[in-house]
Design a protein around this ligand. Sequence first.
Ligand code: FES
Length: 282
Amino acid sequence: MARRFRLRPISEVDESEVNKSGGINRREFMRLSFNTAAGLITLASLGSVGFASFLMGQKSRSSSDTAIKFYAPKGSNVWYGSMDKQPMSYQAFADEAANSTTGMSAAAGLWSGLPVIAVYVPHEENKNKPVAANVPRFQYQDGFTESGAYVGSGYEVDELEEYAPLSIHDNMVIIFARCPHLCCIPGWQLISNNFTEDSWQPGGTDEGGNKLFCICHSSRYDPTVIEKNRGNNRTTGNSFEYIGIRKTGGPAPYGMPLIPFTVNGDMIEATDEYKDWYTFCA
Ligand code: FES
């Protein structure tokens, strides 16, 4: 029988902790977020309004809606700042990855009204090398609930037809970027700390950097670990199983789901399977 998760109560945000880690504090994060649709989502994350229809995206989409667009928070100095609101170019991720120690790159984006994070991992180049620090690859691991109950394996993306659209390809994953704690939007190295430095450790632990980091209450996610896990809808309480990335630390009860995508020429386009997964914050 599916187990329902109980969300943790809202805890005080310890801004001093955030500031200790360097980078921006929560107030600054909000300022950076407020000028776009993503800013509206952040507002919704704090419980101001219901955004169910917004989060569901657009039911009838034109071809241009399939494109995932870069979203650069105003005032930030992210590497894709000059491409803000433009369709995501696959080559841009490969070029940026070549500038990094780990060969990884990532960017925040918007797809059909949904916040996403696209993460490039040099999986094909590294998958046959010895597993070592700073030699990242995608890792398929088992997923467990908070109480330790086994849910499933990341290998199911290749073993079960229902998950076939999520098979890892093109050295990339697209992640639905709503934190399962209280629905803030995690980011890619928007702030500087040990969790977001350009480093990688194998095993899906909380060591090393290159985490997706939720500044609201410091939940961390390893975007290289693919697992099956179970979430629940905050409105209906219904549970759902999903393929996603691993939560490695913080108060979030589980990780974040993947979004199926294709690379069309140089353009990264999402497809619309598994929409149920995207409503847990609605
Ligand atoms: S919303 Fe609380 S850690 Fe993300």
